[in-house]
Design a protein around this ligand. Structure first.
Ligand SMILES: [Zn+2]
Length: 397
């Protein structure tokens, strides 16, 4: 078999995740008073192509109008809540007005003490049209710089977009020079999770205990490219991985998200690397959890099926934690299942969640509904296992 091209990068890294976190975080974990939020973002508008907001918000909402609404409300002392339009305006305002440093500080100041945040950098530049002031390498550099400001609280992950021509350099810089802890995959940005380059990477992530988070929802971002050449592995009728190449045309949001983000795309990955630490973020997304009956798809079932078959498969509550229907299902039904109780991770999707209301309010409402016992499982015990940091705690996990 050919030598893995990423091996020389990984050989520079320790295999024990404990050795890849800063000393200050190690001490915090040993002291024992901490919790995790496994899904946050701190990049501001300088790192976002202009088309980002057009894709993110409903097409009926005009961005000029939002800016106008936003201008008016920033002059008021008290901001009324509950209006979607207003939330979108506030969301855009937040990403526009604050620096990345300020966003990180806001997150820390508005969360419980000693919360450790997985901060996710996204490579939006390959996939979304529009000018950006600061490129992806700059985003990685700045994320690492902010991590150095709060070494006990920030654990950075970075997206690996295999269509980026500089991806090999990015992987090396992020893992070796900047000390990023884990990897993010965002398929609807225009690549399959079983892209050949990613398969090479997972092989080493499995061996080096490097966790992977994938976006798994129908909401939100997708690439602005329409005619996309694709190369990816799938499983043939004999259950063997086979490489497939095709060009596909995409026109609507549903086409992008249904093709790229479906959990089924991970079957070949997990079959090839059954011990990969993998978190399906958003557990299928709002469409799975909004309480409306649905017969055509249930991504969450596929994710639960993966959990049953693979020991290191997890799912997080990011973004959908704002849905009352989700919280209700979680507390009444889901947590009767012991397996799920061990594999759910607490994530907020800060500051994207500001599209749905105030971060602090949404967070508190969820934490209160869940109760301290379940919160301890999903925000302390399970994240520690997902990240491979068990040896730093004396908890029974
Ligand atoms: Zn996110």
């Amino acid at each position: 078999m050919a030598r893995n091209p990423y091996l020389k990068i990984f050989e520079q890294l320790p295999k024990d995740p404990v050795e890849r976190i800063p000393e200050a975080m190690r001490l915090l974990l040993q002291r024992g008073e901490y919790r995790f939020d496994v899904h946050t973002h701190i990049f501001n508008r300088e790192y976002i192509p202009n088309k980002f907001f057009e894709i993110r918000i409903p097409f009926l909402v005009n961005t000029d109008f939002l800016e106008y609404v936003d201008d008016i409300f920033t002059q008021l002392d008290e901001v009324p809540e509950g209006e979607d339009l207003l939330n979108y305006a506030l969301f855009i305002d937040f990403a526009t007005r604050h620096s990345m440093d300020n966003i990180a500080q806001y997150l820390i100041n508005n969360s419980p003490r000693n919360t450790i945040f997985i901060v996710i950098a996204l490579d939006l530049y390959q996939s979304i049209e529009g000018k950006v002031q600061k490129d992806y390498l700059k985003q990685l550099e700045d994320t690492a710089r902010i991590r150095d400001k709060y070494p006990e609280l920030i654990l950075p992950f970075f997206e690996v977009n295999p269509t980026n021509p500089n991806i090999d350099k990015i992987i090396e810089k992020a893992l070796v020079e900047y000390g990023f802890f884990g990897i993010k995959i965002y398929p609807s940005l225009g690549y399959m999770p079983s892209h050949p380059k990613l398969m090479q990477l997972y092989e080493l992530c499995e061996e080096w205990n490097i966790p992977v988070i994938t976006h798994c929802a129908t909401h939100n971002l997708h690439t602005t490219r329409t005619f996309i050449p694709l190369e990816y592995y799938t499983i043939d009728e004999n259950g063997k991985p086979v490489l497939k190449s095709q060009r596909r045309m995409f026109l609507f949001r549903s086409q992008y998200v249904n093709f790229f983000n479906r959990p089924q795309n991970w079957e070949v990955v997990l079959k090839s690397f059954p011990n990969l630490r993998l978190n399906f973020s958003h557990i299928g997304g709002e469409d799975d959890w909004d309480g409306r009956p649905r017969t055509d798809r249930n991504w969450s079932f596929r994710i639960f099926d993966f959990m049953e078959r693979y020991d290191n498969v997890y799912a997080d509550t990011a973004y959908i934690f704002h849905l009352d229907t989700f919280v209700e299902l979680l507390t009444t039904n889901l947590f009767r299942n012991k397996l799920l109780e061990k594999r759910m991770l607490f994530g907020t999707d800060f500051y994207m969640i500001m599209e749905k209301g105030k971060y602090k309010n949404l967070r508190s409402k969820f934490v209160l509904s869940l109760g301290s016992e379940l919160m301890k499982k999903i925000s302390v015990m399970n994240p520690v296992k997902f990240l491979g940091l068990e040896s730093l705690t004396n908890m029974e996990l």
